[in-house]
Ligand binder design. Structure first.
Ligand code: SAM
Ligand code: SF4
Length: 454
């Protein structure tokens, strides 16, 4: 431990899991004198928390590392140092290659080993002190999948505001043919129920009102409780809903296959469970869903949505789509458009298929030409945007409960999330910051709402 404050800059790419991991890396390093800063210039340590889902992910990491190298050399010229670490899924996938191609990097660590950061940083600090004038980094690599989960070694979480992420599940055993996650995040793992409840209580005790439970397949959650029972996500939500002061529960990302009855009925029973579900479908064509190894059909998906809507008629849906998966024909794409028309989404992420090295789909025949992918993506996005816009407009005149958790750009303005994840802007007195308030919706754009205090 050290009394002297050092500056830590973390750049986060990708999903909410990475945002959560970056927060936990900050927590892990805090007792060692590292305090967050919002720019890499002048930082004593820089971490890039990478995402492998991004297209050309590793090239982008190397070009960012090139820019950081200049900063590191400037610091060294001043007799200081900057520990440079690459974390996340690109680190997991590229490991040793990062140290070869960017030898000025000090630490490469995967998503399962960041609880060991203090030890790695201490080694890097010692090496820096003993080798002034060197050009290379320390070259520490840890991309293991340890048997003991990292969660057992993390310090207590620190809340930063009234909404927080809580990781309950990690990894994936589903091996969709387009996806790198099973290779970078490892096998599926669920945290024990009591660990999750303890972390939730600590966060709520620090003023958190909304928790988003995270996992690559969050609804595959099957954690063990202290009395030896195995709880699914629905039952975990029931346990969390007993925590006084926790007003809202969300979870992401779910897989259609794991959406079971207990979770569906939790949507009917628990007022804390927000009526918004991100449920990626990827395609509306059974042929493509099979080639993707998704393990469900379009009809299975639609049937689950119907049951969810019976449980909570107000439920709003979001999804992920991939267009131009190898072998996708016009008819397959039309099936995706038809599914979107049938379900109706209030928000969505859509991507052109892009091959990820090492995944089965990358070497499939019949890769779809780029111009066809682009045309399909534009058509799909036009339909999804029209649905989002129509939903936002339909909210005008409604009274919605909004958690005011950010300040807006204008004086006195605050921004919060509606139950359906829409950002809502409002002018409100400062004492309402961090509270859930009722707002009358008076305006809507394609991506946000405007509200007034009721
Ligand atoms: N676990 C989630 C599921 O089962 O749908 C998704 C996790 S993935 C990290 C997030 C999204 O990235 C996917 O839903 C998919 O739409 C997109 N994605 C993943 N691999 C892709 C690829 N090779 N090309 C295009 N999009 C991809
Ligand atoms: Fe990737 Fe499929 Fe696992 Fe989601 S379920 S993380 S898309 S392999």
């Amino acid at each position: 431990m050290s009394g002297e404050k050092k500056r830590l800059f973390i750049r986060t790419y990708g999903c909410q899991m990475n945002v959560y991991d970056s927060g936990r890396m900050t927590d892990v390093l805090a007792p060692f004198g590292y305090a967050p800063t919002d720019q890499p210039e002048g930082a004593d340590m820089v971490v890039i928390n990478t995402c492998h889902i991004r297209e050309k992910a590793s090239e982008k990491v190397f070009s960012e590392l090139g820019r950081l190298r200049v900063l590191k050399e400037e610091r060294r010229a001043d007799g200081k140092d900057m520990i440079l670490a690459v974390a996340g899924c690109v680190a997991q996938a590229e490991g040793e290659f990062i140290l070869q191609r960017a030898p000025f990097v000090d630490i490469v660590l995967g998503p399962q080993t960041y609880h060991k950061l203090p030890e790695m940083v201490a080694r890097a600090e010692r090496a820096a002190a003993s080798k002034t004038g060197r050009k290379t980094g320390v070259g520490i690599l840890d991309t293991d999948f340890p048997l003991e989960p990292k969660f057992d070694h993390l310090p207590e979480p620190v809340a930063h505001g009234s909404a927080a992420f809580l990781s309950v599940q990690e990894g994936c055993d589903k091996f969709c043919t387009f996806c790198v996650v099973p290779y970078t995040r490892g096998a599926e793992y669920s945290r024990p129920v009591d660990d999750v409840l303890k972390e939730a209580r600590l966060l709520v005790g620090q003023g958190v009102r909304e928790l988003t439970l995270l996992g690559q397949n969050v609804n595959a959650y099957h954690g063990t409780s202290a009395d030896g029972r195995e709880l699914g996500l629905g039952d975990l939500c029931r346990e969390l809903a007993t925590i006084n002061g926790l007003e809202r529960i969300r979870y992401t990302t779910s897989h259609p296959r794991d959406l079971d009855d207990a979770l569906i009925s939790a949507h009917a029973e628990l007022p804390q469970l927000m009526p918004f579900l991100h449920l990626p479908v990827q395609s509306g064509s059974d042929r493509i869903l099979k080639a993707m190894n998704r393990g469900h059909t379009a009809a299975d998906y639609i049937a689950k949505i119907e049951r969810l809507r019976q449980a909570n008629p107000d439920l709003a849906l979001s999804s992920d789509f991939i267009v131009g998966f190898p072998g996708e024909t016009d008819a397959d794409f039309d099936a995706t458009m038809a599914l979107v028309q049938t379900v109706g989404f209030v928000q969505a992420y859509s991507f052109k298929y892009s091959p990820r090295p090492g995944t089965p789909a990358a070497t499939m025949e019949q890769q779809v030409p780029e111009n066809v992918k682009s045309a399909r993506l534009s058509a799909l996005q036009a339909l999804l945007s029209a649905q989002q816009d129509a939903f936002n407009q339909s909210c005008i005149g409604r009274d919605l409960r909004v958690l005011l958790d950010r300040t807006g750009r204008h004086d006195g303005q605050m921004v919060g999330r509606s139950p359906f994840m829409q950002p809502v802007h409002v002018t409100a007195p400062a004492e309402l910051f961090g509270q859930v308030v009722t707002l009358r919706i008076v305006g809507a754009t394609a991506t946000s709402l405007a509200g007034e205090l009721v």
